[in-house]
Design a binder for this molecule. Structure first.
Ligand code: AMP
Length: 190
């Protein structure tokens, strides 16, 4: 099972991805986590990404595409994966398509978590990550609306997008997520 979790900052992608990991035994590939690890380790990618992330902007496509491409080649991703926070732009989605086509690893499902902005702000304010201050949150919403919304349309046209109402407690949202995944698995299996 290979799936993508899409949604604005605070939609619950990380929380739902962790539950999917436990239930389906596939790995979570979070570009945000990988970039934060690179920043903490002071690698060249981390040095390039730090200021961009602090401003709430998006790291260049070629940088994240390279990170994901290395990661999907690792052994633990062979059984399946959840992409959390990637792709965030249409060029990233196109690069992902090429990457997965070369490896004969088609996507099974794209889940879009939908949550009203008021709830998102409440959740992010409670989280306390360095990029969760008011101004940066607003910038991240702007980036989502202008660059990532078109990614939803991209997958919508491909017929693999499922929208999930994410405005509920995590367990309830996970029931909805699980149903969508199980349906996709049933209809994709020969
Ligand atoms: P996240 O943990 O997914 O909220 O990501 C935190 C920050 O990492 C974002 O605000 C971006 O600066 C950067 N980032 C994460 N994933 C991507 C991506 N796919 N493309 C560009 N920047 C990203």
């Amino acid at each position: 099972m290979r799936l993508i979790l899409l949604g604005p900052p605070g939609a619950g992608k990380g929380t739902q991805a962790q539950r999917l990991v436990e239930r389906y035994g596939i790995v979570q590939l979070s570009t945000g986590d990988m970039l934060r690890a690179a920043v903490a380790a002071g690698t060249p990618v981390g040095r390039k990404a730090k200021d961009i992330m602090d401003r709430g902007e998006l790291v260049p496509d070629d940088v994240v595409v390279a990170i994901v491409s290395d990661r999907v080649d690792q052994q633990d991703a062979k059984a399946g994966f959840i992409l959390d926070g990637f792709p965030r732009t249409v060029p990233q989605a196109e690069a992902l398509d090429r990457m997965l086509a070369e490896r004969r690893m088609p996507l099974d499902l794209v889940l879009a978590l939908e949550v009203p902005e008021k709830t998102l702000v409440e959740r992010l304010s409670a989280r306390g990550r360095p990029d969760d201050d008011c101004e940066t949150i607003l910038e991240r919403f702007r980036q989502f609306n202008s660059l990532t919304q078109p990614v939803l349309d991209y997958y919508g046209r491909r017929g693999i997008l499922r929208r999930i109402d994410g405005d509920a407690p995590p367990d309830e949202v996970f029931n909805r997520v699980r149903r969508a995944v199980d349906e996709a698995m049933a209809s994709n299996s020969p």
